[in-house]
Design a protein around this ligand. Sequence first.
Ligand SMILES: *[C@@H]1O[C@H](CO)[C@@H](O)[C@H](O)[C@H]1NC(C)=O
Ligand SMILES: *[C@@H]1O[C@H](CO)[C@@H](O)[C@H](O)[C@H]1NC(C)=O
Length: 298
Amino acid sequence: MCKNSLKVALILLFAILNVCKCYTPIVIWHGIGDTCCNNTITGHLQKLLQAYLPGSHVISLQIGSTKEEDLINSYNTHPDKQIRMACHIIQSDPLLANGYNGIGFSQGSQLMRGLAQRCGKPKMKNLITMAGQHQGVYGVPECNATAIPACDAMRKLINNVIYLKALQEELVPATYWHNPLNTNKYIKRSTYLADINNERNINEAYIENLQALDNFVMVRHGADEVVQPTESSWFGFYKDGQSSEIETLPESELYKSDRLGLKQMDKKGKLHFLLNDWKHAAFEWNWFRENIVDTFLK
Ligand SMILES: *[C@@H]1O[C@H](CO)[C@@H](O)[C@H](O)[C@H]1NC(C)=O
Ligand SMILES: *[C@@H]1O[C@H](CO)[C@@H](O)[C@H](O)[C@H]1NC(C)=O
């Protein structure tokens, strides 16, 4: 009797292990003004992935102990602290001990990349970023500064205050505001982006941790009305000293001098630049399933 139930238990255990070892776990990081779960893009995605990859372990990061805190933290808890919190969450989860794939949405893209660079264990295998701001933003959401002069005037005004210490400490988007008209000031004063992009000094750990990725997939949303310039999702940005002409990642000094190791990654075929026709906060499962899940996460 007892022997039999032990047998059954063992069979069940092996069945579970068999299902669970098929897929690398997935960690999702939501954007600003959003929360981890329920009726949000990341909440839906978590459920879609769990259904599509049976037995997979998928978590959507909640930064803070409640959903309300998670929402507020997305606006005003410094990325350094958010990344420490996220690192603690993933290191405390035994199911992530053998590594995971990271998916970031919008602001969550550069936070997820920061997590990869600063929190080397457990190892992130594939980094997927959706409409991220890897070179920051220069512009107000939904105020097209290329088309509307008032929007350009507005971003120039913001330049005057955005690098104030108080804002750099308390307002998350300020930490990745990238003023191309005064690059030195950005490099000196941006408390997050300039650091993770190795603009001030070269942090070798950042380079090593990025090299450890299997793939870094950057998805740019073609109709993005929030990220200015949208090329930032591909690590492109305005050329130094002006705000209309764009330079791509391979044309940039960051790439040529390889301060962050991206050129090395590119040579190894680890960088992927994908384009869809979505607006910033759009999400279509069929596209995502085919181009991301089937291609990189299975
Ligand atoms: C949100 O989702 C969590 C778990 O995913 C669940 O426990 C909770 O009841 C849900 N809340 C609402 C309001 O649906
Ligand atoms: C912003 O304006 C420029 C110039 O008119 C245009 O090419 C671009 O598509 C516009 N961006 C959006 C998201 O509408």
